[in-house]
Design a protein around this ligand. Structure first.
Ligand SMILES: [Cu+2]
Length: 121
């Protein structure tokens, strides 16, 4: 009887701890000819979330998440992942720099590939 009560209390405590864990949000960015589909262009998370990005590209190049200073090199047929904590609120642009795309590498003209929006909790 007492054991059962203890187990109940332990389960409740564990549940509380799980609820306090940061949420993990996973997104996919499938880059085709330097762009992603409309529904992949806005990534909305909350401050403190663990963000995981699955990245693919049909051409070699680099993706940058400006503001967070994250980047990943992509090769066709080789999915890559970026995982990070959304520690700062705001809107941050993802830029795609295709290999051999010198003009775009030198500057950041044009609309971003996608936008990360981190809202306060
Ligand atoms: Cu860049």
């Amino acid at each position: 009887m007492l054991t059962r009560l203890l187990l109940c209390l332990l389960a409740a405590a564990a549940g509380g701890a799980l609820a306090a864990e940061p949420a993990e949000k996973t997104f996919t960015l499938s880059i085709v000819r330097g762009a992603v589909r409309a529904e992949q262009r806005l990534l909305r998370v909350e401050k403190g979330d663990a963000v995981r990005l699955r990245l693919t590209s049909d051409a070699p190049g680099e993706i940058h998440l400006h503001g967070y200073r994250l980047e990943a090199k992509l090769t066709p047929g080789k999915p890559a992942e970026l995982a990070f904590k959304a520690y700062a609120t705001g809107r941050y642009p993802f830029e795609w720099h295709g290999a051999g795309d010198a003009g775009k590498t030198a500057s950041h003209h044009g609309p971003p590939l996608a936008t990360l929006e981190v809202r306060p909790k």
